[in-house]
Design a binder for this molecule. Structure first.
Ligand code: AMP
Ligand code: MG
Length: 391
């Protein structure tokens, strides 16, 4: 049995990034950048008006003659001379000699005569070339996760495609003869299968959508076969259940028969002690405990960072934050505890109902409170650490 920190180190050591692929901007969402991107053009690339108004040469003059107009997208820009003003609109190119745009609300127009009701600051409302970014500047760095804002930013720079890391194809295997699909009344002594759909949604939340779901009955033969099939299709295997020491737990043996190399089995934690992790060349496998809350905790603490690393993230782990504990807690068994909890402002309260079979409390948790093995007694009012589940 190993410590949580050791298990996380082993995960980090065996989380090779997937291939680099070039994708169109439309397909880049949720991927991590595989290269630094430099701006191919300046933003803006010409001097732009930030407002609707009049382009002028800054002076104390309060009466100017309007001699032309320029609109966003105009290729020809009228010339401006001292004593003159050019009608201009937001996004339009600023005439060569103009250094200032006075907003129309600060003027009165009488025919071709413009009266300035106040003198604007010099350079007001003119966006200089490269105000946001100059051509050649670093736009986004390798490891950055592409979101909608990044896509908008890169589109504005004219990118059509970029290099990112592939997202993994994940095989989700659920073991257990007692598992039943939803949609019919429960058969005697069966339970509705819930880990499959739960882990599928957790994968989707971090941007993974290529998911193969495989149901596995509790026999060694079926488990060996299912693992073999999954290894033919997927980059990462998540196997739920069958990893404990019961007579019908065949996952460990099936992995060994398929030649998957074990990196660790069993972590000094509650819940989720019987967690298994191994690799075979560039494929990785997690044997997750079948108890739903254990499975999800192992996902947050180990699987999620592993998948993020494989996708090219540089900050793979869930954020650790601090809050003030609202009750006394005991941890007598020298284990790391991950407790389903609610955080409000900086106050954290673990829920009653921590059993690893219970999702009722997980469903309303926004934090996983971490109690370290040495923290045998923690008191109300102590500062404690938690993993932020709002990611
Ligand atoms: P196991 O790890 O296979 O011994 O399963 C531990 C507990 O989790 C048992 O009570 C199982 O019935 C339950 N369990 C296993 N797999 C699932 C699943 N996919 N959905 C819901 N509960 C499960
Ligand atoms: Mg089982």
């Amino acid at each position: 049995m190993i410590a949580v920190s050791e298990a996380q180190k082993l995960i980090e050591a065996h989380s090779l990034t997937l291939q680099v692929i070039e994708v169109n901007l439309e397909e880049a969402f949720g991927h991590y950048l595989a290269e630094d991107l430099n701006a191919p053009i300046s933003l803006p690339s010409f001097r732009q008006s930030a407002m609707d108004g009049y382009a002028i040469i800054h002076s104390e003059a309060k009466n100017l003659k309007i001699t032309g107009q320029v609109q966003a997208g105009d290729v020809e820009v009228p010339a401006l001379n001292p004593g003159e003003a050019i009608r201009i609109f937001t996004g339009a190119p600023v005439p060569e000699l103009a250094d200032t745009v006075i907003i129309q609300e600060h003027t009165t127009r009488e025919g071709d005569n413009l009266i300035l009701n106040q003198i604007p600051a010099k350079n007001a409302n003119v966006r200089p070339v490269g105000e946001q970014l100059k051509a050649g500047d670093l736009a986004l760095t390798k490891g950055h996760r592409i979101n909608e804002a990044s896509i908008g930013f890169l589109a504005g720079l004219g990118f059509t495609s970029i290099k990112v890391y592939k997202k993994p194809c994940v095989a989700l295997l659920t073991t257990g003869n007692e598992l039943q699909e939803r949609g019919a009344p429960l058969k005697p002594n069966h339970i509705y299968e819930s880990n499959g759909i739960m882990l599928e949604m957790a994968l989707k939340r971090i941007g993974i959508s290529q998911i193969e779901k495989i149901k596995v009955p509790d026999t060694l033969e079926a488990t060996v076969k299912a693992v073999k099939k999954a290894l033919e299709q997927a980059d990462v295997l998540l196997i739920s259940g069958g990893i404990s020491v019961g007579d019908y737990d065949f996952v460990q043996e099936a992995l060994s028969e398929n030649g998957v190399q074990e990196h660790f089995y069993k972590v000094n934690q509650k819940p989720g002690k019987p967690l298994w992790f191994g690799t075979q060349a560039d494929q990785s496998v997690f044997g997750l405990p079948g108890n739903p809350a254990s499975s999800l905790t192992c996902f947050y603490v180990y699987v999620l960072p592993h998948l993020r690393l494989r996708m090219g993230s540089k900050k793979p782990f869930l954020e650790e934050r601090e809050a003030i504990l609202q009750q006394d807690l005991r941890n007598p068994h020298d284990k790391t505890l991950f407790l389903k909890a609610g955080v409000d402002q900086n106050r954290i309260m673990p829920f009653t109902g921590q059993a690893s079979s219970m999702l009722n409390t997980y469903a309303v948790s926004n934090a996983l409170l971490i109690i370290e093995p040495h923290q045998t007694e923690v008191k109300q009012g102590d500062t404690v650490t938690y993993l932020d589940l709002n990611f």
